[in-house]
Unconditional design. Sequence first.
Length: 120
Amino acid sequence: MKNIILITIGLLSLVLGMIGIFLPLLPTTPFVLLSAGCFSIGSPRLSEKLTRSKIFGSYLENYRYKTGVPRKAKVRAIVFLWVGLTVSMIIIKTPIIIGLLFVIGILVTIHLACLRVRED
């Protein structure tokens, strides 16, 4: 039963990670990392497939071995983050939510800025 729950959470998380590639407000990496964690316990076969994936393999490798993120990817992530947050702030117009989104944006930007840069 535990493996079924972990595989289900891993698959749902992976789908959200895939959506996050195209939707800047949805973070890709945390969902892919959650999938990898769930699969590593629930299904070694799925874990291996995810690690070898052309789309997500590099996310996991960069995170696992701390090899760094290409500078271009870092800049693109920060730009998409702030464009998405700004659009959300304009649409929502609720001061508390705007403040929350701003704080989240600052924290995520700091996190991204602190990631090691890999020169390709």
